[in-house]
Design a protein around this ligand. Structure first.
Ligand SMILES: [Zn+2]
Length: 149
């Protein structure tokens, strides 16, 4: 569903060409290809546009980055673009957690039990979603969930 034309995207090979005037730019075709692959990989893993990674590398150094540099910069950009968690509310005192006491009746007797749950405010929902995402990823790692292409 595209509402407006995308800006023309440069290929990773074209993008790494930005560094061609750096002293340590690879002199052989293979080296350039390797660098382009490193950039493409870093962009894919982080969800950050390859062009943005290249722009940040240019800001950081006049040297041609390595594929390791691409990865580090991609991680840095991904962290910076992550939205800060929302604020909690008065009910949870800003923690996103709400504790409550339930009166429990069992065969052995009756007692008050403390429970904790995510608050219904923005922070509580944010925490709940993060927890769900963590669990899903853990299951994915164990191969329980198939990753759709
Ligand atoms: Zn709350």
């Amino acid at each position: 569903m595209k509402t407006q034309p995308e800006p023309e995207e440069k290929s990773p090979e074209e993008l790494v060409g930005t560094f061609s005037r750096s002293l340590n730019y690879p002199r052989d075709k293979e080296g350039v290809l390797f660098l382009a692959q490193g950039l493409a990989k870093a962009a894919k893993a982080s969800g950050i546009a390859a062009a943005a990674i290249v722009a940040r590398c240019q800001e950081l150094s006049a040297f041609c980055p390595t594929d390791y540099d691409f990865q580090q910069v991609a991680i840095e950009l991904a962290m910076a673009s992550r939205p800060a968690p929302p604020k909690g509310c008065q009910e949870c005192h800003g923690t996103g957690w709400r504790s409550f006491v339930l009166h429990v009746k069992t065969g052995a007797g009756e007692y008050d039990a403390d429970f904790a749950d995510h608050c219904d405010c923005k922070l509580g929902r944010f925490r709940r979603a993060a927890e769900y995402e963590r669990k899903r990823k853990a299951e994915e790692k164990r191969g329980l969930v198939r990753v759709a292409d």
